[in-house]
Design a protein around this ligand. Structure first.
Ligand code: PA5
Length: 420
């Protein structure tokens, strides 16, 4: 399994995008300059660029051994975080599945619903539990509230000393209340690197620790990312081509990008993509609005709009070329498709939708992924991170900050009467 398809990489297909190679080349000089900037290390928050290559081997070993310790110690592992501190790990775990010999992975602090958190505690209360608080700033309300509740639950269940052994923290190396608390209470902790923002942190401890706890091979993931990082010339840099295509489509009035997949396991990957592009690009009145649809499910709700509605969008389909499992429709079930493979039917839906949407004049970009493995997850993450950085800079915005997110936070704190 390990090396299977390794020579085959993620690919981008622009044949149905309404764009030609000449169009993409129009952006070449800008993209080459952006690439130089990204590789120079001079722009802030670009620590993710050489992360797959430069990741400290000892830190990887520490992540792996801590994950093994957690896997041995508990049967419920709660990841507490929101946005970039949670979506990447969840995207990987939902896409690749949890290894059944380890704990079940739960999520907290990604909303502020009392009902959700009460249900979670009810579900885990009889289990052996470990929790991991992930927050770069250490000040995010959603994760701070969930952490307070789950820490209290652990202390009541195990007492302070054992609770401290069951709490793991991933946060800034010096700043913030979580770092201070981790030192004081002796939590095993990891660092969110200074020069990496939340949504670009999947391939740091932020994503890798929970992913390793789920039993997924994180070294293969980094290998996959490294493979995409080799695409250095403009001609081979598919992330740059994709970014150019997005901007060119935006310029002809396609202001919405709909990420689509025919595999429900990709639901959280599409959520991560929306965050990555939305938070990176949506500023100064600019940016492609990122949306997502799951097919064929959403064809029965949004299919009509796509086919005949206001044509202000383009589609980016994540196509899994070799699904790993299949079901044959029973022959005796009286179905016209008795004996057919379910994957073939899903593929027919993909090809049929492509044809119908082509006829409707919708620009379609296809990203082909050979199969769903940790290696290709690494490729997907690194490809989209690069594309997002290129695309943000092409728009003329800083793809690594999120000043607008602060607005709701400070208004919420005012309502609560709490000083920010
Ligand atoms: O991408 C980002 O920077 C954000 O989505 C953050 O990850 C999110 O707001 C959570 O922040 P923190 O890790 O500081 O709790």
């Amino acid at each position: 399994m390990k090396d299977k398809n390794k020579s085959k990489n993620l690919r981008i297909n622009l044949a149905d995008s309404a764009l030609s190679w000449n169009n993409i080349e129009e952006k070449k000089s800008d993209l080459v300059k952006i690439k130089q900037l990204l590789l120079s290390g001079e722009a802030s928050f670009t620590g993710w660029v050489d992360l797959p290559e430069s990741f400290d081997k000892e830190e990887i070993e520490r992540i792996k051994s801590t994950a093994e310790e957690i896997r041995a110690k508990c049967d419920a592992f709660v990841v507490i975080g929101i946005g970039g501190s949670y979506l990447g790990a969840r995207a990987a775990i939902e896409m690749l599945g949890e290894n059944s010999t380890g704990p079940k992975i739960y999520y907290a602090g990604q909303n502020i619903s009392a009902a959700y958190h009460l249900e979670l505690i009810e579900e885990i209360k009889e289990k052996e539990v470990c929790i991991c608080i992930i927050s770069k700033s250490g000040t995010t309300t959603e994760s701070a509230v969930a952490f307070a509740i789950l820490k209290d639950f652990l202390i009541r269940k195990y007492g302070e000393t054992e609770a401290n052994r069951r709490i793991f923290a991933i946060t800034d190396k010096d700043k913030g209340v979580i770092r201070e608390e981790a030192r004081r209470r002796g939590y095993v902790s990891f660092v969110v690197p200074d020069d990496i923002g939340g949504r670009y942190s999947v391939l740091s401890a932020v994503g890798l620790l929970p992913i390793a706890v789920a039993g997924i091979d994180i070294e293969m993931m980094l290998d996959g990312a490294r493979e995409i990082a080799k695409n250095n010339s403009f001609e081979s840099d598919i992330a740059a081509h994709y970014a150019a295509a997005r901007i060119l489509l935006f310029d002809i009035g396609k202001h919405i990008e709909i990420f689509e997949s025919y595999e429900p396991r990709l639901f959280y990957f599409l959520e991560w993509l929306k965050q990555l592009f939305g938070e990176s690009e949506g500023k100064e009145g600019k940016g492609v609005f990122p949306a997502s649809l799951q097919f064929s499910t959403d064809l029965h709700s949004m299919g009509q709009f796509l086919q005949e509605g206001h044509q202000i969008f383009f589609e980016t389909v994540i196509n899994i070329e070799n699904p790993q499992s299949d079901i044959i429709v029973p022959r005796n079930a009286g179905q016209a498709l008795g004996g057919a493979s379910m994957n073939d039917i899903n593929r027919a839906a993909f090809l049929g939708v492509m044809e119908a949407h082509r006829k409707a004049g919708i620009p379609i970009i296809t990203i082909d992924i050979p199969e769903l493995t940790s290696y290709y997850f690494g490729q997907m993450v690194y490809f989209f991170e690069c594309a997002c950085a290129f695309s943000g800079y092409l728009f003329g915005v800083n793809p690594f900050d999120q000043p607008g997110v602060e607005a709701y936070k400070s208004e919420m704190l005012k309502v609560l009467g709490v000083k920010g």
